[in-house]
Write a protein that binds this ligand. Structure first.
Ligand code: S3P
Length: 174
């Protein structure tokens, strides 16, 4: 049976990839982490793409991948935190799937990404300040997604469970 896609959006460190992998296993769907897919296809890391070609080039690669994935089915997709910057990305994903937004507080996000060097937008300077500023700028975009999942104090499996529950409720209402 073909399933509508499930798309996880949210700021860096909200647990999209771990929860997405868990969810895909439980639903027997294919898991795609967009950042990993970009790294595999481009043959270089995300920081290298930002450094050598700039953020607009990364956003263009991301945009093309959204269009490709939105045309497929049976996928659980973990997106990069900046996917909400282009409203067309959310519109495309919403046409063919359920989009969930995962949320967490800046201090929780910091704990999850503290030792990570793979996120160019958080490099250099005080990480908590960077997270807080970037999150504050993007918060309205995340809050605009109708399906919200609070990940505070939850393990990825609990987050996956909350998404499953929400999906069941949505299907019950259809
Ligand atoms: C970004 C988030 C990252 C990655 C890139 C840009 C962002 O993904 O796509 O570093 O703009 O928030 P994660 O949310 O998986 O860390």
């Amino acid at each position: 049976m073909k399933h509508a896609n499930i798309i996880l959006v949210g700021f860096m460190g909200t647990g999209k990839s771990s929860a997405g992998r868990n969810l895909a296993e439980r639903l027997d769907m294919t898991f795609i982490d967009m950042d990993d897919e970009i790294v595999r296809r481009e043959g270089c890391t995300i920081p290298e793409i930002f450094r050598d070609r700039g953020e607009p080039a990364f956003r263009a690669i991301e945009r093309a991948l959204v269009q490709e994935l939105a045309a497929r089915t049976n996928l659980v997709i973990s997106t990069g935190g900046g996917i909400v910057l282009n409203p067309d990305n959310i519109a495309d994903f919403s046409r063919t799937g359920r989009v969930f937004c995962l949320q967490a507080r800046p201090d929780t996000i910091l704990k999850r990404v503290e030792h990570d060097t793979n996120r160019p937008l958080l490099q250099g300077g005080d990480k908590l300040v960077k997270i807080s500023e970037l999150l504050a700028r993007r918060q309205p975009l995340y809050d605009a997604i109708p399906l919200q999942i609070d990940t505070e104090g939850h393990k990825p499996a609990d987050t996956a469970e909350a998404i499953l529950k929400s999906l069941q409720e949505l299907e019950g209402n259809e």
